[in-house]
Design a protein around this ligand. Sequence first.
Ligand code: NAD
Length: 473
Amino acid sequence: MTQFSNEPSFRESVNLSVDKAMTAMNLDPGIAQAIKACNAVLQVQFPVKIRGKVEVFTGWRATHSTHRLPSKGGIRYAPYADQDEVEALAALMTYKCAIVDVPFGGSKGALMIDPSLYNREELELITRRFTLELVRKGFLSPSTNVPAPDVGTGQREMAWIADTYKHLHPEDINYIACVTGKPVHHGGIQGRVEATGRGVQFAVQEFFRHSADVKMAHMEGELDGKTCIVQGLGNVGYHATKFLSEENGVKITAVIEHDGALISDDGINIEDLYQHITEHRTIKNFPAARFEENGKAVLEKECDILIPAALESQINLENADRIKTKLIVEAANGPVTFGADEILTKKGVVIIPDAYANAGGVTVSYFEWIRNISHIRFGRMQKRHDELRGHQMAAMLEEATGSRVSESMRNNITRGADELDLVRSGLDDTMRLAYQQIRNTLESEKNVHDLRTACYVASITKITRSYLDIGVF
Ligand code: NAD
């Protein structure tokens, strides 16, 4: 994990932000302590024979809260993973689920591994063995603890996890709901792969619907034409910037990756760059932009919107003063340290916080989990019925007006919503409502002066209510 000696750890950073919110809302210290406490942490070490030699792997699964079940959160594969990071991410999941009204507790897992050093078969062996450890120790099941993809994992790993669980619990009719982010043909849901990036787009769109908020960030006007820099063109960064540039007219003026950065004031075509990365495994030699070796310095380049979508602690005490953007959208978890947040907020930079900005992933994971336990694809029962209704409406319109309904209007009226339409609509609604709750909190709470604190206050209010409902307090 990236950490600087003069700054608190990631977990401490999350707790400091939460403390700030709890102080602002004058929360009872006992309740505050109960909400902040991490319920359980499992550390496992297990051997796997790789290329004739035994290797021992270390992994963690932290359950931060269980006031709602299952507890939910991704599993990351990274060489820098550690327990502090897992606990911080599990805590973030608790607040994240609450802000977007996903009725889950918070959890997170990690395996200390550099996946690039292993081939497909080896990764499958390691993932299946890790799953076995989690299931046997009660840290993975459809009703108590449900992982999802994160850094270094994707649909493939989720399919292996689901299959391993199924073999251990063939009697569990809901086995496929033990993990989300699965391939669509293996119990996944349409729209999950791009969900976090799509959620970032919906968050930015909602922000720009409120002119007072746009003004607060020292900007004016529409999203169209705004400049944007992204750090990390992985799952989240790629989808967020692809949608923002292709559908909202945002100009991506720089892309920062682990091996440098690309800059173009005319805007970078994200799809072209993504194809280039897929083919060459580097951003270098991309013809339509200037390459800069020192990627991190490009975070400091002027732009309207900065989207850190890679790792935590990227904007910290060392560089916060030099950041020149107007709006930071935390697509990654914890990309801005507590100290950097204070500096940036003082400078007037607006930050849309991670607990809200990247909640699209868990929101669509929730939809996938519901689909799995209800054993039916969304839209299956009503799509054709809606289409029939549409045809009847078009016929009625034609009869009443005496003129033909145009082909494009007929297509719009008669098209029944499929699963992807419903997922997108549910995600858009979720991101809009959550943002409105956050800004209402900012407006109504006199001790709250920034979106992150407002987000935590709104989220902690819901968690407190939930603990009260079940009689813990
Ligand atoms: P990913 O592994 O798909 O992508 C990460 C990208 O960051 C890669 O392209 C990698 O090359 C790049 N990167 C690594 N080190 C870098 C560096 N030093 N500078 C610039 N780029 C660097 O991971 P992801 O799933 O896109 O996750 C990114 C962030 O979003 C993480 O913080 C993760 O926790 C968070 N997140 C992911 C999801 C999800 O659904 N995948 C959901 C919520 C939050």
